[in-house]
Design a protein around this ligand. Structure first.
Ligand SMILES: Nc1ncnc2c1ncn2[C@@H]1O[C@H](COP(=O)(O)OP(=O)(O)OP(=O)(O)O)[C@@H](O)[C@H]1O
Length: 226
C-alpha cells in the first residue's frame, strides 16, 4: 500500500550548491499495509513533512524505491500521477485552502474533480462540515475563518471524497483538545472503512490517546518503525 525501500531525499538549496546540501531523509524503509494507520512522530526539522511529501508525490527521492497504492512512484507518468493524487487526501500543515472559494466550495473541490453529481456533493459536504462543527460557516471564505476553523476545513476537504490514502501533517496543530479528539474520531472512522492513514504530529497527548503503530524519525533517519 505504502512502501519505502532505502529512500533518500535531498533538497536543492539555491544558496548551498550540489553536494554541500544535507539530505533531508536518509535510507528510509518501512511498509504500511492497506487499511493501516501510522503515527509519524519526531522533533521539529526531523523530516516528517518531507516524508509525507514523498508519499503524496510532491517530491522525488534522490535514491530508493517508493510504492504508493500499488504503483511504483518512479515509473508513473504525469497523467497517472495526477489520477493517483486524486485517491490521496492531504491535510497540509499550512492548510492551502483556496482563498477565493467559500468553505463549502473548498470542501467540495475533490468531489467536483472526481465528477460526482451535485446532489451527492451537497449531501457529503454538508455532512462533513457538520462533523467538524462548521455547518454555520458554509459561505465564509478562508480569510474570514480562524486558524482552527481553517484547519477543520482542510481536514474536511481531505476526507470528503473518501480517499484510499489519507496523509495529514499536524492536522490538530491549531485545535483545542476537544476538537482534536473529534477530528481523530473522524479520521479513525475513515480508517475503519478501509482508508490507509498517516498522521504526522508533535502532539504526544493525542498519540497516547489513540494508540496505533508509530514511525519515529530523527535527523532524517527512521529510528523506530512499528
Ligand atoms: N523545500 C525545502 N528546501 C530545502 N530544505 C528543506 C525544504 N523543506 C524542508 N527542508 C529541510 O529538510 C529538513 C526536514 O524538514 P521537514 O519540514 O521535513 O521537518 P519536519 O519534521 O516536518 O519539521 P516540523 O515538525 O517543524 O514541521 C529540515 O532540515 C528542513 O530545513
Amino acid at each position: 500500500m505504502v512502501k519505502f525501500e532505502d529512500v533518500w531525499l535531498k533538497y536543492r538549496h539555491p544558496a548551498r550548491q550540489g553536494d554541500a546540501a544535507p539530505e533531508a531523509l536518509r535510507g528510509i524503509s518501512f511498509e504500511i499495509p492497506e487499511g493501516g494507520f501510522r503515527w509519524l512522530i519526531g522533533p521539529s526539522g526531523a523530516g516528517k513533512t518531507s516524508l509525507l511529501k514523498l508519499i503524496y508525490l510532491a517530491e522525488h527521492p534522490a535514491k530508493g524505491r517508493i510504492d504508493i497504492l500499488g504503483t511504483e512512484a518512479a515509473k508513473i507518468s504525469r497523467r497517472d500521477a495526477a489520477l493517483l493524487r486524486r485517491r490521496i487526501g492531504v491535510v497540509y500543515q499550512d492548510f492551502r485552502l483556496l482563498p477565493q472559494l467559500s468553505a463549502y466550495d473548498n470542501v467540495a473541490l475533490p468531489m467536483r474533480l472526481a465528477r460526482r453529481n451535485e446532489t451527492q456533493i451537497h449531501a457529503d459536504v454538508t455532512e462533513i462540515l457538520r462533523w467538524v462543527g462548521l455547518e454555520n460557516r458554509l459561505h465564509a471564505r478562508p480569510d474570514e475563518l480562524s486558524g482552527g476553523e481553517q484547519q477543520r476545513i482542510a481536514v474536511a476537504r481531505a476526507v470528503v471524497a473518501r480517499p484510499k490514502l489519507l496523509v495529514a501533517d499536524e492536522p490538530t496543530g491549531n485545535l483545542d483538545d476537544e476538537q482534536a479528539h473529534r477530528l481523530m474520531h473522524l479520521i479513525t472512522a475513515l480508517n475503519r472503512l478501509g482508508t490507509t492513514v498517516v498522521v504526522a504530529t508533535h502532539n504526544m497527548g493525542l498519540v497516547e490517546g489513540w494508540p496505533a503503530p508509530r514511525l519515529t524519525i530523527e535527523h532524517g533517519k527512521l529510528t523506530h518503525a512499528e
